[in-house]
Design a protein around this ligand. Structure first.
Ligand code: COA
Length: 183
């Protein structure tokens, strides 16, 4: 029997290979799904180096997620090359039809060169169903000045990959501070 997501075709495009129309579609899709105008700056935040996973229906882009490289460090482990997922979005009219799951399943199969995956979300149940695990321990950013605790931060999740070492979800998890954001 076919699974719900099997018939949905997902493509993988690097940021530098996206044309102008595709960039516009991705930005419009993220704004429509998240009701967040800041997504108009998505390609300033990700000028290159992202892996975009795209699901379409006919000619219309309906779902998207992007992976960029970040650096998580679970307590007691080295810094891990991390597939950090952002801009997960499905057009409102097409939600709850399996597109988001198909995008995330395809993404998980195309990051085997990473040591772990991570993301921040307000919808943990959606990702838990797909094998992601909520971080339970303390969280902090790593800066040149040292650790910046982020005690109010919720919704940090990780996905174990083939190369992920044994990690303790109750330990501390840190990430390199980026300009404008920690998580
Ligand atoms: C979160 C989001 C990306 C999910 O995309 P989606 O395409 O709706 O995802 P799916 O259809 O694969 O799954 C969504 C839900 O619909 C359910 N579903 C999937 N196909 C279904 C179907 N045919 N019938 C009924 N339910 C279905 C899934 O079980 C899932 O339930 P859950 O979230 O309670 O686990 C989308 O809702 C979205 O863009 N939301 C707004 C922005 C946002 O919150 N982004 C994520 C935060 S980082």
């Amino acid at each position: 029997m076919k699974s719900r997501t099997e018939s949905i075709h997902v493509t993988f495009v690097r940021t530098e290979d996206l044309n102008a129309a595709e960039r516009t579609s991705i930005v419009d899709l993220c704004i429509a799904a998240h009701q967040e105008e800041d997504f108009k700056n998505l390609f300033s935040y990700i000028p290159s180096g992202g892996r975009h996973f795209l699901a379409s229906r006919g000619d219309e882009l309906v779902s998207h997620a992007v992976v960029t490289t970040r650096w998580l460090q679970p307590e007691g482990q080295p810094i891990l090359k991390t597939a950090y997922v952002d801009a997960v979005a499905t057009l409102p009219a097409y939600q709850r039809q399996g597109y988001g799951s198909a995008v995330m399943e395809h993404l998980a199969k195309n990051i085997s060169d990473y040591e772990i995956a991570g993301l921040e979300t307000e919808r943990p149940a959606f990702y838990e169903r797909l094998g992601w695990e909520a971080w339970r321990g303390a969280l902090a950013g790593r800066s040149e000045q040292g650790l910046i605790p982020t005690p109010g931060q919720e919704g940090i999740m990780i996905l174990r990959l083939a190369g992920t070492p044994g990690i303790n979800l109750d330990g501390m998890l840190t990430i390199e501070c980026q300009e404008g954001r920690i998580w």
